[in-house]
Design a protein around this ligand. Structure first.
Ligand SMILES: [Zn+2]
Length: 78
């Protein structure tokens, strides 16, 4: 796997949706390529931040209800 390949599939790798063989190839590349290793670490941290920060269940119930009502009100006005 080359650096360009890593850039193309890194998000699939972090999602766990890459095939076992490609994930293995990518891991081998990351062990040997400091640039891709560093870049992947940054992508992983960003992804973890977003996944944690914007989880579907992270909003309190009262906020979800308020937002749903606001969205429905806007849709009704359109
Ligand atoms: Zn690389």
């Amino acid at each position: 796997m080359l650096c360009d390949d890593v850039k193309r599939v890194v998000y699939f790798f972090l999602d766990g949706s890459l095939s076992e063989q490609k994930a293995h190839d990518l891991t081998v590349h990351l062990d040997r390529c400091p640039d891709c290793g560093a870049r992947t670490t940054i992508h992983r941290r960003l992804r973890n931040f977003y996944v944690h920060r914007f989880r579907a269940d992270s909003a309190p119930t009262h906020l979800k209800i308020r937002l749903t009502r606001s969205i429905r009100a806007i849709q009704t006005d359109l």
